[in-house]
Design a protein around this ligand. Structure first.
Ligand SMILES: Cc1cc2nc3c(=O)[nH]c(=O)nc-3n(C[C@H](O)[C@H](O)[C@H](O)COP(=O)(O)OP(=O)(O)OC[C@H]3O[C@@H](n4cnc5c(N)ncnc54)[C@H](O)[C@@H]3O)c2cc1C
Length: 481
């Protein structure tokens, strides 16, 4: 039994099926995919959540190929993204985002593309990284990304390079991010090579050549569609609208209680893999494992995405490459990032034709106050900000008359981030669940880390562990209601 039909749950279900097990997957909402979803807007099939995947590992490309989507894998436009830095003149304060290192940490802070962003004084401070002893930063238990970068390379590298990248990927501040979770291996490599820059360069070199991300012609949501189709064809019992309200030990191993259209049902299962968001997972399991309650993750603020379909021929020149990451403190801009989708993806550009463009702006960061523009703002407020911010960030006036269509997609609590101490917390949660029973498993982005690669790898590993526990244990449950 798999609870939660996001990418983690779907991939886990596929792995369990491949081990010859009968699989029931219960999803609370009316659709599968969780934060992977798509919709039609202005005649385009667009992703509503995830729109690319990391190619630093072959995980997603290989899954896409297995699902028959291999010929749709594409790289984004090579022009790259920009960073918008604070400054009186926004256009003069925008810079191409240097494409070296890891999470914005430069391999060589003295490179011209880096000094253009951090200034000469910033580059001089960052150069200290080469001579300062590494000390306990490489070995201490808990270190944030912010502390690591600030101590080694200084404030300019942190605020002008790393913070915009971290904000774009995790919607979080570097001081809140656990460096070992968001950049695994970075501290160990720094300890070995003696500087943060050398470590960032080494990790970068170890990754496959070419673009760091990939996409699918037609959108990432096809991964979800293909998974669902294959699971159904292979006999999995996939159910939507089934909110699981409890998971309890019973004579027949596990009893899962669900609420469906006002009806309460109990389903027996030999093994259970919980693949929901973090707070839902802890709420489901805490009655059986009371000590888990202390590990309930804090609520994560969500993100609101405004997509504009516009008719603005000046954007054909792709003035800010594939998009803009916005540093904190940029006055008059509420968005934290803008993706120029028709610049980023050639397949979308070809569909749109000259003059028409798809722009996706995201609002909302960890640490925002209710006064900030974000998830809680009205659609019209978000739309007005999106128009103004797109004009400011792209340096091209975009008015309501240019807009062919627009919408707002909200993701509440959907961007869990690895806060400092994340690895220890995950280890504790895994240990508590493992102590309870080998036929109980837990997975999902809140444990594995943001991003499809981590989510898919973890879901597979947990599903395999559950299958092997079930192979060792006598099966008792009746998988039907
Ligand atoms: C706006 C946005 C953009 C992103 N962009 C990218 C990107 O470009 N590249 C990338 O790699 N990653 C991206 N991500 C991250 C990526 O989408 C996630 O890491 C991943 O999809 C998480 O999958 P999951 O299955 O762990 O969780 P989720 O997608 O959150 O799925 C959890 C599922 O559990 C269900 N559920 C919850 N409670 C219950 C219950 N009680 N009973 C039954 N079902 C329940 C939920 O309804 C949901 O369907 C993005 C995320 C967001 C929000």
């Amino acid at each position: 039994m798999v609870i939660g039909g996001g990418m983690a749950g779907l991939v886990a279900a596929r792995t369990l099926l491949a081990q010859g097990l009968h699989v029931t997957l219960l999803e609370r909402s009316g659709r599968f995919g969780g934060t992977v979803d798509g919709r039609m807007l202005g005649g385009f099939q667009l992703d509503s959540g995830a729109e690319s995947f990391s190619t630093r590992s072959a995980t997603v490309s290989a899954l896409a190929a297995e699902l028959g989507l291999g010929d749709r894998i594409v790289s984004p436009d090579a022009t790259g993204a920009w960073v918008q830095l604070p400054g009186k003149d926004l256009q003069a304060s925008a810079q191409p985002l240097p494409n070296s290192g890891v999470l914005g940490i430069p391999a060589d802070p003295s490179a011209p593309a880096i000094t253009a962003v951090i200034g000469r004084a910033g580059a001089l401070r960052a150069a200290l990284d080469r001579v300062l002893p590494v000390g306990s930063l490489a070995t201490r238990k808990k270190v944030s990304l912010g502390e690591l970068v600030r101590t080694r390379m200084g404030e300019e590298v942190l605020t002008r390079l790393v913070a915009p990248v971290a904000g774009g990927v995790f919607s979080a501040d570097p001081d809140d991010l656990d460096v070992d979770s968001v950049a695994p291996g970075l501290r160990v490599t720094m300890g070995r090579l003696g500087s943060l820059g050398a470590a960032a360069g080494a990790l970068r070199e170890a990754a496959p050549a070419g673009a760091a991300v990939g996409g699918l012609v037609g959108g990432i949501a096809q991964l979800r569609d293909a998974l669902v189709e294959q699971l159904r064809a292979d006999g999995a019992d996939l159910r939507t609208g089934e909110q699981v309200s409890s998971v309890a030990r019973s004579a027949s191993a596990w009893t899962v209680t669900t609420e469906h259209s006002g009806l309460t049902r109990r389903i027996a299962a030999d093994g259970v893999l919980v693949a929901t968001e973090g707070r839902a997972a802890v709420d489901l399991l805490a009655p059986a494992i009371p000590t888990l309650a202390a590990e309930r993750p804090d609520p994560v603020p969500g993100v609101a995405l405004v997509t504009l379909i516009v008719d603005v021929p000046e954007l054909d020149a792709r003035p800010r490459g594939t998009g803009v990451l916005v540093a904190r403190g940029v006055e008059g801009v509420a968005a934290k990032a803008l993706t120029h989708s028709t610049a980023k993806w050639a397949w979308l550009r070809d569909q749109a034709g000259p003059g028409s463009h798809v722009l996706r702006l995201s609002f909302g960061r960890v640490g925002d106050t209710p006064a900030d523009v974000g998830l809680a703002s009205d659609d019209d407020v978000l739309y007005q900000h999106a128009l103004a911010d797109a004009s400011s960030l792209l340096g091209v006036p975009i008015g309501a008359a240019d807009v062919l269509d627009w919408d707002v997609v909200r993701w509440a609590g959907a961007l869990p981030h690895a806060s400092v101490g994340h690895r220890e917390r995950v280890a504790r949660i895994r240990a508590l669940v493992a102590e309870e029973s080998r036929t109980l498993g837990i997975t999902g982005g809140w444990l594995a880390g943001t991003g499809l690669v981590a989510v898919i790898d973890d879901a597979r590993a947990r599903a395999k562990a559950l299958a092997s526990a079930l192979a060792d244990a006598p099966l008792t449950g009746d998988p039907t209601d």
